[in-house]
Design a binder for this molecule. Structure first.
Ligand SMILES: [Zn+2]
Length: 675
């Protein structure tokens, strides 16, 4: 039995109560499905190549430059123990780790000696900033305090001593991002400096937190370390990290209220807990995680929690966690998912709203929450193997995440609202700059998410022009996709088996948007739904009968090198209706084509877009709009409104008006009682 399949038993009483009945289910070992290795996928053209290149050449550089202003110098000063010289917010350390993670994914696919040398230097500073016992948190190491009203020193969110204000110190959150960066950098370069720092940190936390009476029974106010410890476990094989991840999950909802006395005033955006919700729900600390059934509280915290629960569930076989995240996922998909695929409707608390609370102009939908939702849905796919999770991820990717970064790669949205009366623009950076650094580490991972494998089955999850090598049980399969997706519905997939005549399954995702189910619930529906006939497949020119299982068209055959699979998806413009309970969308319809949400912008419509109407029976002509190189599909409606993809709004005239849910002249709106 390998290290990774060792089933753990945790001595903590609280954990034993759960684990005795839950260890050893079907998932023990790891997820049944595996994403493609990052280095085995090359994006070769189409829609995504310019975004990947901009991320690599502009966003990564911009993020490092901004981090050099204060965040990276904090590590250098901590290394030199320059007392009371910390600048910024205690969780700024995490921004640096996230950019390093992005750099690692970039280096894995695009070797760059200069970049690697620079990152090596940053990593050395981080390792030097670490205290001898493994503690790494530059704000405390540098003795960061603020002056209170009476001139006394105050410690603010970090608390007076180590681990004393875990609800808001981000001590565990920060090092979670360290672990992710360290694993990624080690895998990309084989270099151990950051990995050794991560191990030293995790060992300290493992000594400090745990079931022994001498150890702390507490957890992080901002989840992240749980999923990161799972990565560190996968990289090192050290089972203590996996146990620690589960312990930190089990410490949630056991009496400590992580929302009481919240003081997030240092953040760049307001992050107050919502007093109307159950105590602790801001940080998903209102109930033990296995008993949670509804998505509540701060949306980034929540989605990272669900990722951590999925990882632990997969690695140790925890059926109760699976039951919880399955129920929470249903709650989100049925009642809390925004049209752009993001989550966290409320500005106050950066939080999930009530069921069907899905505003447009005031929608928060933080870029990080869109990313968290995508990362969670990728994990749900890896666990259950169903295409509906990829439908949700794809909606987030092409809409609410991509809107978070400008086309030139150096300006960012923090919230991603679905309508604007004007005045809302992307920024170069933020006081709390979690979003720009999340984008830089997320975009390169999209290539990985395009494919997956399980035994002798290969999965094509995203239609991205790319070359991939997929590790099946029978050997390496080479796949090459050519496509103008998301503008066109044709995808040409060339397949080269490990040897001619090798039998395996190629599972091609049948996107929900294509066959009448834009989301896997009744939250958003198409007024003229797509049908199964809108999706067809040919192999070497011969039609294949499409009978989707779990949302996939399985092509099982003996493959020969040069075999070609042609996927054809009808991609008409479709109007989208929200569930009647979504008050703000009543009397309104949205516009989608393929996976793309369209919007109207002032720049195309005489300055006015917020109040623009689009009759339910409007027709649309396809046009193109060119913005700084790449061209994008645009639509001209029969009543003269120009629409562009939502993800590119605000690039030509920052701060112009924008609308995605259009007033119609449907009877429900137009028919009024006579006076
Ligand atoms: Zn963010």
């Amino acid at each position: 039995m390998s290290e990774k399949t060792v089933r753990i038993s945790v001595a903590c009483a609280a954990v034993v109560a759960v684990s005795a009945t839950t260890l050893g289910t079907a998932f023990a070992g790891d997820y049944p499905h595996a994403p493609a290795a990052l280095t085995n996928v090359t994006v070769t053209g189409g829609f995504w190549l310019p975004r990947f290149e901009t991320n690599r050449l502009v966003t990564l550089r911009t993020d490092f430059e901004k981090c050099e202003l204060a965040r990276i110098p904090n590590f250098r000063r901590a290394a030199a123990r320059e007392w009371e010289t910390f600048k910024g917010i205690p969780f700024d350390d995490s921004d640096v780790y996230k950019v390093i993670e992005g750099a690692a994914y970039t280096l894995a696919t695009h070797p760059d000696a200069e970049l690697e040398k620079y990152v090596d230097g940053v990593n050395a500073a981080i390792a030097s900033a670490q205290e001898p016992d493994g503690y790494l948190y530059t704000a405390r190491t540098l003795g960061f305090t603020k002056k209170g009203k009476d001139g006394k020193k105050e410690f603010g969110s970090m608390g007076p001593t180590r681990w004393s204000n875990l609800a808001f110190s981000h001590e565990l959150y920060n090092v979670g991002h360290l672990y992710e960066a360290a694993c990624a950098y080690f895998e990309a370069t084989g270099k151990r400096t950051l990995l050794d720092a991560a191990i030293k940190s995790a060992d300290l936390i493992d000594r400090t937190f745990g079931p022994d009476p001498s150890q702390l029974k507490d957890t992080s106010g901002h989840e992240e370390i749980e999923l990161a410890l799972c990565k560190l476990y996968r990289t090192t094989g050290e089972t203590r990290y996996l146990k620690l991840a589960q312990f930190l999950l089990e410490m949630r909802g056991r009496g400590k209220d992580n929302s009481a006395g919240a003081s997030p005033a240092q953040a760049g955006e307001p992050a107050m807990p919502n007093e109307l919700e159950a105590p602790g729900s801001y940080a998903q600390n209102h109930l033990p995680v296995a008993r949670q059934r509804e998505a509540v509280g701060h949306a980034v915290r929540a989605t990272y929690l669900y990722c951590g629960m999925a990882d632990v569930a997969a690695l140790v076989g925890h059926a109760e966690y699976v039951k919880a995240i399955d129920a929470i996922w249903e709650n989100v998909i049925q009642k809390k998912l925004a049209l752009n695929g993001s989550v966290g409707a409320r500005r106050r608390g950066e939080a999930f709203g009530a069921n069907y609370e899905l505003p447009n102009e005031t929608a928060y939908l933080e870029t990080c929450a869109g990313i968290g939702n995508a990362l969670w849905n990728e994990r749900m796919f890896l666990m259950h193997g169903e295409a509906k999770y990829i439908d949700v991820m794809e909606r987030a990717l092409y809409n609410g995440i991509l809107s978070g970064v400008s086309l030139d790669g150096n300006e960012f949205f923090y919230p991603n609202p679905l309508a604007s009366k004007g005045g809302y623009k992307r920024s170069k950076w933020f006081g709390c700059s979690c979003c720009p650094v999340n984008v830089v580490r997320f975009i390169p991972q999209i290539a990985q998410f395009a494919y997956a494998t399980r035994g002798n089955a290969a999965y094509i999850n995203l239609f991205i022009e790319s070359d991939a090598t997929l590790r099946l049980a029978c050997g390496d399969v080479k796949i090459s996709q050519k496509t103008a997706y998301p503008w066109r519905g044709a995808v040409r997939i060339s397949v080269a088996p490990p040897r001619n005549g090798q039998k395996f399954a190629l599972n091609v995702r049948v996107p929900g948007w294509c066959v009448g189910r834009p989301v896997p619930s009744d939250l958003y529906t198409q007024t003229v739904p797509g049908t199964p006939d809108d999706f067809s497949v040919r192999v070497n020119g011969e039609a294949v009968k499409v009978e989707p299982v779990k949302g996939y068209c399985a092509i099982v055959r003996e493959w020969t090198s040069g075999d070609v699979v042609e996927v054809a998806m009808n991609m008409p413009v479709r109007r989208i209706k929200a569930h009647d309970k979504v008050v703000e969308d009543r009397g309104r319809l949205a516009v989608e084509r393929g996976p793309i949400v369209f919007c109207a912008e002032g720049v195309d419509n005489g300055g006015k877009a917020f109040d623009v109407g689009l009759p339910a029976d409007a027709t649309f002509a396809e046009e193109t709009v060119e913005i700084g190189g790449p061209s994008f599909l645009s639509l001209k409606s029969s009543n003269g409104v120009t629409l562009v993809p939502y993800c590119i709004w605000g690039n030509r005239e920052p701060g112009n008006e924008m609308q995605t849910w259009f007033k119609t002249e449907s009877p429900a709106v137009a028919v009024r009682a006579p006076h």
